[in-house]
Design a protein around this ligand. Sequence first.
Ligand SMILES: Nc1ncnc2c1ncn2[C@@H]1O[C@H](COP(=O)(O)OP(=O)(O)O)[C@@H](O)[C@H]1O
Ligand SMILES: [Mg+2]
Length: 274
Amino acid sequence: MALAGDIVNAPTPVAASVDSRPKVEVDISHRYGALKVHEGVRFGVQENEFLCIAGPSGCGKTTLLDILCGLLAPSVGQVLIDGERADPKRHNISFVFQEPSTLPWLTVWDNIATGLRIKKQPEAQIDAMVADIIRTVNLTGFERYYPHQISGGMKQRVAIARAFATQADLVLMDEPFVSLDQPTRERMQQEVLDIWQHHKRTIIFVTHNLEEAVFLGDRVIILSAKPASIVADIPIKLQRPRDPLSIEFTALRAHCVRLLQEVHVKGGGAATAP
Ligand SMILES: Nc1ncnc2c1ncn2[C@@H]1O[C@H](COP(=O)(O)OP(=O)(O)O)[C@@H](O)[C@H]1O
Ligand SMILES: [Mg+2]
């Protein structure tokens, strides 16, 4: 059985093992006043890659996503998308938040169609895209419902569908399943994989749940407690659909857990402080 040595690598420099320039290149440090949040966080993301970033609460994951979408300027360094500085006006970046964000005055259908309408896509094209994406996220039959008439899990499906409906350069997901119960969370993880397999996008998915990261990602980056740096950058070469009960999956998850535990030990109490 090929495990640690095969699957797991030490942190790699940006694009060390690939020929093409990454779609997204990150090289930043950030502080809020005296609070150092990131210390030399450097990685690349290939086009259509599903990258998971895991790290303890308060290590700066949401801050990193804010920097990635150009909402927040890093104290030092930059984020490049297709070789240009990330800019919400120039790049099409979708964000899925922890709490589902839907427009309460619009139906499920219109919530998903909104981004496409803003981009002035032809109506027929919008209809085809929305219908397809609604099938993928299992919202068929709920097209005319309003957000207050559906569950939290369904609202998050709407937010995910909206994020994938437009041709986003980058889809950022910030612990989107954290407030869902376990069975719903597992179903939604599979749906995100289905939607990504149908509508390939470059995804950065943040979570503090290592099982989720190993289940979803082509790659998992593990961050230390703040000031966060990259502790490990691990390609996940397990075939999909992945079985969380398989020996390979369990071993890989255990390896990630140990890495994160080492970070907690080295970081003392800091790792749990928000
Ligand atoms: N706007 C802000 N101003 C000052 N400190 C902040 C701000 N946003 C987050 N922080 C602090 O930065 C650290 C990282 O926060 P955050 O990025 O939300 O972490 P995570 O998402 O990993 O839980 C935390 O200590 C938090 O209190
Ligand atoms: Mg957060």
